[in-house]
Write a protein that binds this ligand. Structure first.
Ligand code: PGA
Length: 253
């Protein structure tokens, strides 16, 4: 059976309360009234303060809400942090972990990502885990070993049961927010490589079933050809998910 493609909108630190709620209400209204076709799973990740209201707005619709982050600790004296338990208590079922912006600006490392993965899964929250190489890695032909190490330091410490809560997003850092998406060939080769690593570690069932998304300058003009690739199970989209028109074109593509 063909896997249903997943589109994840990562809004990052954009959209205030009004923009978040009106985007969600409008998209539901337009898709319903214009009967827009969408055969994809749609996940939107707004900012922390708006997760609860967002989840209420999309209740029972085709849209799911994800958190952009989670604390690696379960509870306690960690000022400013939000736990998996808290997310679960407001009905959040998935979280993005390992985004390169968390590494670049907040100095998070693979060891922290692994804790975030484990604590989320412990509370039945699905994890969209990001991996990606820098341009320098790619120029030096180190991109395969970089991705392999990122996986071995993180998700490959999970049991097979835990892996069923995971989805991988391959996001070459040089393609994020730059308008320069990777070529279809680069994407397919890397996705196939990632799948082969899952095969070696967990066997064919996990390798065939794990979702591997691509992220990095996806927009409504390139999304169709990127999602067409055999090992691409969906997309993680930043900039182009912020405007309703563009996002509608993406989910309708
Ligand atoms: P972009 O961001 O689509 O703006 O390149 C993708 C991401 O950071 O997940």
């Amino acid at each position: 059976m063909m896997k249903k493609k997943i589109i994840v909108a990562n809004w990052k630190m954009n959209h205030d309360f009004y923009e978040t709620t009106s985007f969600l209400r409008n998209i539901l209204k337009i898709v319903f009234e214009k009967k827009i076709e969408h055969n994809k799973k749609i996940i939107i990740a707004p900012s922390y303060p708006f997760l609860h209201i967002s989840n209420q707005i999309v209740q029972g619709t085709f849209i799911n809400i994800a958190s952009q982050n989670v604390c690696c600790m379960e509870h306690g004296a960690y000022t400013g942090e939000v736990s998996a338990i808290m997310l679960k208590s407001i009905g959040i079922r998935s979280v993005i972990v390992g985004h390169s912006e968390r590494k670049k600006y907040f100095f998070e490392k693979e060891s922290i990502f692994l804790k975030k993965i484990k604590v989320s899964i412990k509370h039945n929250i699905y994890v969209i885990f990001c991996v990606g190489e820098t341009l320098d890695d790619r120029k030096k032909n180190k991109h395969f070993s970089v991705i392999k190490n990122q996986l071995y330091e993180t998700v490959f410490n999970c049991t097979e049961k835990e892996i069923s809560y995971l989805c991988i997003a391959y996001e070459p850092i040089w393609a994020i927010g730059t308008g320069k998406n990777a070529t279809n060939e680069q994407i397919q080769i890397m996705h196939k490589f990632i799948r082969s690593l899952f095969f070696k570690k967990y066997g064919s069932y996990v390798a065939n079933n794990i979702y591997i998304l691509y992220g990095g300058s996806i927009n409504h003009t390139n999304v169709k050809r990127i999602l067409y690739e055999k090992d691409v199970d969906g997309g993680l989209i930043g900039n182009s998910s912020l405007k309703l028109d563009n996002f509608l074109k993406i989910i309708n593509s």
